[in-house]
Unconditional design. Structure first.
Length: 267
């Protein structure tokens, strides 16, 4: 009796393995599957053979909600969406009366692009643009050989010689304008210099012996200052009796010249 009540290690191992998996919910199967599938409608676990809706005849599966196909309009070839529980025939009649472009003559603006190939016309959620013809295509017709690509005409060749000639002509025009502007500026400067250097004509009644009074330049003022300082130095030496006879004669001549320049006006 003691041996029958005690469990063997193999039985314990089998019990642990059975606890990992789940039993198939199909009453005709009841297979323990270690990787079970869970039905999204009835939320029961099934094996690989019975996890599909048709295999276990799911009672909560509504075919009108999940297995719906949008029929295409026989005139405009546009898919007509049918709401859950709505009769497809009623929805198609409504489309033909109000929405079909062939019957009503109204073309509905398309917000999404379509494949540019005439026999495809698929809605493009991620269009691919051809590098040759620059049109948008679906992945199946993205290559030039699949959509009979017709590349746009090549642009006219760039004439390098003509462009260089135009550049040289414009450069010559600018150069001539610059030379003309420089010549005009030089002529204006020469005219202004000539106007300043031309002496003012004397009045008719003025005496010819009176010299014209012109402002002293910096050199004249410096020379006069040097002569005055030299005269003062010689006069100081003469008071002390340090001059020679020739220096006395030079001092007398300088004093006479200084007396003659007293009437000059310093500008």
């Amino acid at each position: 009796m003691a041996s029958s009540s005690s469990s063997t290690p193999s039985q314990e191992r089998d019990a642990q393995l059975l606890a990992v998996g789940k039993q198939c919910s199909d009453p005709a199967c009841l297979l323990v599957d270690f990787l079970p599938f869970k039905c999204q409608h009835c939320e029961l676990s099934f094996c690989q053979e019975h996890f599909k809706v048709d295999a276990h005849k799911c009672p909560k599966y509504d075919e009108s909600k999940y297995n719906r196909i949008a029929p295409n309009c026989p005139l405009c070839n546009i898919p007509v969406a049918v709401r859950p529980g709505q009769d497809p025939n009623v929805r198609m009649d409504m489309h033909l009366e109000k929405e079909c472009s062939v019957v009503t003559g109204k073309v509905k603006s398309k917000s999404t692009p379509l494949c540019a190939r005439g026999t495809c016309r698929k809605v493009l959620f991620s269009p691919i643009r051809c590098t040759s013809c620059r049109q948008q295509f679906c992945p199946a017709h993205r290559f030039p050989g699949d959509h009979n690509c017709s590349a746009p005409p090549a642009p006219a060749k760039y004439n390098a010689n003509k462009s260089l000639a135009n550049l040289s002509a414009s450069a010559q025009n600018l150069n001539s304008k610059a030379v003309a502007a420089g010549t005009a500026a030089m002529d204006a400067v020469k005219n202004s210099i000539a106007t300043v250097s031309t002496p003012t004509p004397r009045p008719a009644g003025s005496s010819s012996s009176t010299p014209s009074v012109l402002p002293f330049s910096k050199m004249d003022r410096r020379a006069r200052a040097e002569r005055e300082s030299k005269l003062k130095a010689m006069q100081a030496r003469a008071k002390k009796g340090l001059l020679r006879e020739d220096e006395m004669r030079i001092l007398a001549a300088e004093e006479a010249a200084a007396r003659d320049r007293k009437d000059c006006v310093i500008m």
